[in-house]
Design a protein around this ligand. Structure first.
Ligand code: X2X
Length: 345
């Protein structure tokens, strides 16, 4: 009797266990399925066909492909998730209003002071210098700073060397900028740079820039050749362009911290690798497009001026005060690490 009861008990227990484990399995797979949102937002400032927008589309494509269509990134360009106010993108990414973003170091520098490193005038003379920073210890320090602000950095892209355009005349020396109204973006560092050159800088978003140029509210602006050409900035009276390469803004692919934590380690590795691949693809494409962009811009009747080394030195000397003021903000250690990496490149 006892034996029989025991056997029955055991059978009941086994059945119960099987039922529980089946229920658990169903729950786990339902959870695994439900862990993905229908759509993950990806914020950018520029849309396609700007390289920045292309980078975001590429990232979304790679993620879709490598997740067999399970992870859906949707790109929202023109900083539309923050009503066009591109310097609010980082806080929105941090707070979870945005899931992912590809942001310019300029636009995120109000919240992450270390990002002003790349805006120091004439710090990076060429592409090798940019790479020496982003691919080395300085880049890791910058990523650490981004992490410290609650956002997960994943990979680098590039907006490009920013060149100076205006509607008034050829600029080859600082005095040519005297009193000129120049649209700048993002960090107050830009106001210091243009004030040091005797210009009259005004901060405004990209959405407001072209209208301000067309009404003559401002005389000039600075942006990479790709932006100048694709946005047809020559159409708003910007017929002089000086290639002074005074700074370049890298792009950072990044994730909101909680969204990031919601992915498995395998998904995280896949999304990060997709960002790295999209970034490398975009950087290469941006750089190799420069000669044809220059041609296209000249073809629109814009006078393109290249600076001699001596002319560039005059601009560098005129903006030396920016280093004094901003090195303590960026961090002495980071600025020194960057300088050494550039010297050793
Ligand atoms: O606003 C700009 O100038 C742009 C588009 O280049 C950036 O977002 C930094």
């Amino acid at each position: 009797m006892n034996n029989f009861n025991n056997e029955e008990d055991t059978m009941k227990k086994t059945t119960l266990l099987a039922l529980i484990s089946a229920a658990l399995m169903a729950l786990t797979s339902a959870q695994a399925f439900a862990q993905y949102k229908d759509e993950y937002t990806v914020s950018t400032v520029l849309p396609t066909p700007f390289p920045w927008g292309e980078a975001a589309e590429r990232w979304a494509d790679l993620v879709a492909e490598r997740s067999d269509g399970e992870i859906n990134f949707k790109v929202y360009p023109n900083a539309e998730l923050v009503s066009g106010n591109q310097t609010r993108e980082f806080p929105a990414l941090r707070s979870g209003v945005i899931d992912f973003a590809i942001g310019s170091t300029i636009n995120w520098s109000p919240q992450v002071p270390e990002l002003n490193l790349f805006s120091l005038p004439f710090l990076m003379p060429d592409y090798e210098a940019i790479d020496a920073l982003t691919q080395g210890e300085a880049g890791e320090m910058v990523f650490e700073a981004v992490r410290g602000k609650g956002v997960v950095p994943l990979a680098w892209g590039e907006n490009g060397f920013r060149e100076l355009s205006n509607s008034k005349g050829v600029i080859t020396e600082p005095s040519d900028l005297e009193g000129m109204k120049i649209r700048v973006v993002g960090s107050p560092l830009f106001e210091d740079t243009f004030n040091a050159l005797g210009a009259n800088p005004t901060q405004m978003s990209w959405a407001d820039a072209k209208p301000a140029l067309s009404t003559g509210a401002v005389d000039g602006q600075e942006n990479p050749l790709s932006v100048f050409d694709i946005a047809n900035i020559h159409e708003v009276g910007q017929t002089y362009l000086t290639r002074w390469h005074y700074m370049a803004d890298p792009l950072i692919f990044a994730a909101n911290r909680n969204i990031w934590a919601s992915f498995s380690p395998e998904d995280q590795a896949m999304i990060e690798q997709a960002a790295i691949d999209a970034g490398l693809w975009e950087i290469e494409g941006s750089r190799s497009a420069v000669p044809s962009l220059r041609e296209s811009i000249e073809g629109h009747g814009v006078t393109v001026t290249e600076l001699t080394d001596a002319q560039r030195t005059a601009f560098r000397e005129a903006t030396a005060s920016v280093y004094e003021e901003w090195t303590p903000v960026i961090g002495e250690d980071l600025v020194n690490t960057a300088r050494e990496a550039i010297a050793d490149r």
